[in-house]
Write a protein that binds this ligand. Structure first.
Ligand code: NDP
Length: 505
């Protein structure tokens, strides 16, 4: 274990380019999920701080240089952000491990990859362009401007705090928006370090990026409803997403939502078995199952079911639980106490529903490598797709295995769910790969791989898994709006009581 100092680190938040406490002076503790001990104090922002941050973001948007800066200059700032992340990637990874309990091996890879989002959108910044559009009116010159939407509110979850912020921040800044970010109350520290080491040093004008740390209802709701906010980008649970969507709708804000999932990982008997076993293990146990894209429903073709389960259990048994800051650890803690209770309660639900627990099935003891909030990698067989363990998101290291007969049956089971975030398919048949990709109702389909993401590929959910897409060239559209400009170069006048439609001219 790394040395963990006993004195609590005190963070300030970042509003209008200045470091400050919450107006109330209140702070709350943040915990190390491995030890369960508090390690830092975070400002507890409320409506007053949200007002301050939103007004600063509005000034920076309305009067400041950011949206008025040339697109090329904005692109250069994004490249500086990317370079600063590269410089501080290791430190940012360590903070996230401390606050979130994610494995250092995973976090090191994640923070190394994060700059690519800023490089990618820096390249798109000067390619935002409107169009000249012909209209069926003489002497008119019409064009479309692409303008930033304004102040954006980001609400982010605890499971990948910096990466999921980057997915929003890079396109929003490239578009010329200003932002106010509310991180999860459980994992605010890495964002505050990111602000200090990256944003504050990148040459971004004050007020362009602001942070309000605090609780969902007290900090999140005033932000989502703030009159200065034009767009809300939310990542989190489906129930919270619905609430955020309702609140934002009252003042007609644009909304994008990245929500939960219960993704099917489908294994056909023509797959390369060992690859599929590894894919199933990493699909559910990587990040301790705390990813929205977890392959938490493993659909196995009947003909390979028993052989596959045997290999899967053998591999999952070898997972080394332990201190997430050690590179050799393979499964870390559950991040938050409520999430820990939720995972354990779903294990009880599955047992009560009659699913057969073939691995794990409860908390991991110290001897098994466990720390404060550890759940053993858990596998249930004999799961029926109608059971709650098959239909509801656990967000932990718990896998449900469901048998299927053939392609049609696999599609029926896979799509019979409220969610539609992702799906995996393991097969060597090209025809089957394309058929499945076309028929699965999910925002991402992986064939012979799982959990891959890239800044170039759109990411988002069908059905209850969300609204809109992050990543890829289209993500920037979520931060832009079109303005139609009509220039009449011909004679004016005419009868004002005859409405001028294109066909009436
Ligand atoms: P929550 O939905 O509980 O919280 C997400 C964020 O919303 C947090 O910052 C939270 O603050 C805030 N929040 C809570 N209530 C409100 C409110 N009434 N108004 C405004 N903001 C509010 O999710 P978790 O943090 O528990 O994250 C896990 C969930 O996120 C999982 O269900 C997972 O599927 C989903 N997720 C989806 C992803 C995707 O891309 N589709 C990616 C990652 C996670 P606070 O922490 O203070 O409660």
């Amino acid at each position: 274990m790394q040395d963990r100092p006993t004195k609590l680190k005190e963070y300030k938040t970042y509003i209008d380019g200045k470091w400050c406490d919450a107006a109330s002076g209140k702070k709350f503790q943040t915990f190390d999920p491995y030890t369960g001990e508090p390690w830092a104090l975070i400002p507890e922002c409320d409506k007053a701080d949200v007002d301050r941050a939103c007004e600063a973001a509005w000034r920076a948007f309305d009067k400041g240089q950011w949206p008025a800066m040339t697109q090329t200059a904005r692109g250069k700032v994004l490249r500086r952000i990317a370079a600063l992340i590269e410089q501080h990637a290791e430190h940012l990874a360590q903070i996230e491990v401390r606050d979130n309990g994610k494995l250092i091996s995973e976090m090191a890879a994640q923070t190394k990859y994060m700059p690519e989002w800023f490089y990618y959108y820096s390249g798109l910044a000067d390619k935002i362009q409107g169009a000249v559009v012909p209209v069926d009116r003489p002497d008119h010159f019409n064009y479309i401007l692409r303008e930033p939407v304004g102040v954006c509110a980001f609400i982010t979850p605890w499971n990948s705090p910096l990466m999921l912020t980057s997915w929003k921040l890079a396109p929003a800044l490239a578009a010329g928006c200003t932002v106010v970010i509310k991180p999860s109350e459980f994992t605010s520290a890495s964002l505050l370090e990111f602000m200090e080491l990256v944003i504050d040093k990148a040459g971004i004008p004050p007020g362009v990026v602001n942070v309000v740390t605090g609780y969902g209802a007290v900090t999140g709701e005033p932000l989502v409803t703030h009159p200065r906010v034009a767009k809300v980008a939310f990542t989190g649970g489906t129930a919270t997403g619905a609430r955020v969507n309702e609140l934002a709708a009252r003042t007609f804000k644009k909304v994008s939502l990245e929500l939960g999932g219960k993704s099917p990982n489908i294994v056909f008997d023509d797959c390369i078995l060992d690859d599929a076993v590894s894919g199933a293990v990493s699909g559910i146990f990587a990040a301790t199952g705390q990813t929205c894209i977890a392959g938490s429903r493993l659909l196995l073709q009947e003909s390979i079911h028993d052989r596959f389960v045997e290999k899967l259990v053998a591999m999952a048994k070898t997972a080394r639980l332990g201190d997430p800051s050690k590179p050799e650890t393979q499964v870390g803690p559950v991040t938050t106490p409520p999430q820990y209770q939720k995972v354990l309660s779903y294990i009880d639900i599955a047992k009560g529903e009659g699913a057969k627990c073939v691995l794990g099935g409860g908390p991991a003891t110290k001897d098994e490598g466990g720390g404060k909030y550890f759940v053993k990698p858990t596998i249930f067989t004999g799961v029926d797709n109608k059971m709650r363990i098959a239909q509801e998101e656990v967000f932990g290291p718990v896998l449900s295995i469901i048998k299927f007969r053939d392609e049609e049956h696999a599609i029926e089971i896979a799509n019979d769910i409220a969610y539609g975030l992702a799906a995996g398919v393991w097969t060597q048949s090209v025809k089957r790969a394309h058929t499945m990709a076309a028929r699965l109702r999910a925002g991402t389909v992986w064939v012979n791989t799982y959990r891959a993401v890239s800044m170039t590929m759109p990411f988002g959910g069908y059905k209850a898994s969300g609204l809109g897409r992050e990543n890829g060239a289209e993500a920037i559209d979520a931060y832009l709006q079109s303005k139609s400009v009509w220039i009449n170069n011909g004679p004016g006048g005419g009868n004002p009581f005859i409405m001028k439609t294109a066909s009436s001219s």
